[in-house]
Design a protein around this ligand. Structure first.
Ligand code: FNR
Length: 367
């Protein structure tokens, strides 16, 4: 899928999807952490029937994975958010829509399914209005991303002049021209916008769109502000970007419903620990509240390893987006189906008939 995505996308779009911050140390660490876990299969267990559905906060997931929020999905495929949300709904797994989506949250809500909304706080008034809109549109899970007080330095993007608005260079123009299928799609459907903010800027009169275009966040947003958000949002509230047990404990004390262990796929703080390494202590600190993990999941076996390390499920960012870039909704569906099959096969080979039984006894940590 990644190879197909690389072929179809111009370099500036592929690098935006594929790359990480600075030296990409954390991006690589996420993968290495999975490689450093070895599974311990058991013999002669009846695995003729295998189960991989899970229930989280009263919602059924057909498989223990969902799609993580990814901004500007319209760059990978026209109306990419809608396409990915449709594929997720068909697969019976959640789709987390980014604040920086290229379709409005209302348009994506039309798809139905298990819809979650991810919030960036660019400016508090705007955040409030996004939360109210998400509620009105029928979203029932809100994910506050905590690891973007400022934007990470993604050097591939800087080299490509990838920014909004674009800084066109001769090399970039040449690169785009060499991908006529992509260029034609973009020409037909228009360059992707930050649709949620375009609408909000028009009504609230803020400089919101300009701020998000430059990824200028409200870096003063802190625990006291979370308390306000908790009062405003009556349904499931998640914190994404947690890597420390104390933060997980504090989140639970503030009434958060679940925690997403994440380092933003290595796109923010380079040098941050791998999310899989942070998982066990966060699970313990969360005291029974659901903990999801994202970062580095590239196959079903990674889903199984994450669950054996205590995650109730995982989110995947790049994996389904490679599928989206390769073939739109059908590409995302194919990517999700591959992971579903992977999980099923891995369970059988492991001698485990249900993801609910996964735990530390199924693996050892090598380093
Ligand atoms: C992201 N991620 C992200 N997270 C978020 O909370 N809001 C966002 O708008 C985005 N945007 C975004 C764009 C792109 C292109 C990528 C690859 C990622 C982070 C994402 O939700 C998730 O944390 C990581 O992608 C997980 O790592 P993997 O699965 O990509 O390895």
């Amino acid at each position: 899928m990644r190879r197909l995505a690389r072929r179809r996308l111009p370099r500036l779009a592929f690098d935006y999807l594929d790359g990480g911050a600075e030296d990409e140390t954390t991006l690589k660490a996420n993968r290495r952490a999975f490689e450093n876990v070895a599974l311990r299969p058991r013999a002669l267990r009846d695995v003729s029937v295998r189960a991989q559905s899970i229930e989280i906060l009263g919602q059924m997931w057909s498989s223990p994975f969902g799609i993580a929020p990814v901004g500007l999905a319209g760059l990978f495929w026209p109306h990419g958010d809608v396409a990915a949300a449709r594929a997720a709904a068909r697969a019976g797994v959640p789709y987390v829509l980014s604040t920086a989506s290229s379709s409005t949250l209302e348009a994506v809500a039309q798809v139905g399914g298990n819809l979650w909304f991810q919030l960036y706080v660019i400016e508090r008034g705007l955040a409030d209005s996004l939360v109210d809109r998400a509620l009105a549109a029928g979203y029932r899970h809100l994910v506050l991303t905590t690891d973007v007080p400022v934007s990470g330095r993604r050097e591939r993007d800087l080299r490509n002049g990838f920014s909004l608005p674009m800084r066109w260079r001769l090399g970039t123009v040449w690169d785009v021209v060499r991908h006529p299928r992509w260029l034609l799609q973009m020409a037909r459907h228009g360059a992707p916008q930050l649709a949620n903010l375009a609408a909000a800027a028009a009504t609230s009169g803020t400089q919101a769109q300009a701020a998000l275009l430059q990824r200028r966040m409200d870096a003063s947003f802190a625990w006291e502000d979370l308390r306000r958000l908790r009062r405003r949002w009556p349904h499931a509230l998640w914190l994404k970007g947690i890597l420390h047990a104390d933060d997980a404990r504090r989140a639970c004390a503030e009434g958060v419903d679940g925690v997403i262990v994440s380092n933003h796929g290595g796109r923010q703080l380079d040098g941050a620990m791998a999310s899989l390494d942070a998982l066990p202590e966060v699970v313990e600190a969360a005291g029974g509240r659901p903990v999801l993990l994202d970062g580095g999941v590239r196959r079903g076996v990674d889903v199984v390893k994450a669950m054996a390390s205590g995650a109730r499920g995982v989110l995947m960012g790049r994996l389904p987006m490679y599928g989206l870039a390769a073939g739109g909704e059908a590409g995302v569906a194919a990517a999700l189906e591959l992971v579903r099959q992977d999980v099923d096969r891995t369970l059988a080979l492991l001698g485990c008939d249900d993801v609910a039984r996964l735990g530390p006894e199924w693996q050892i940590k090598l380093k």
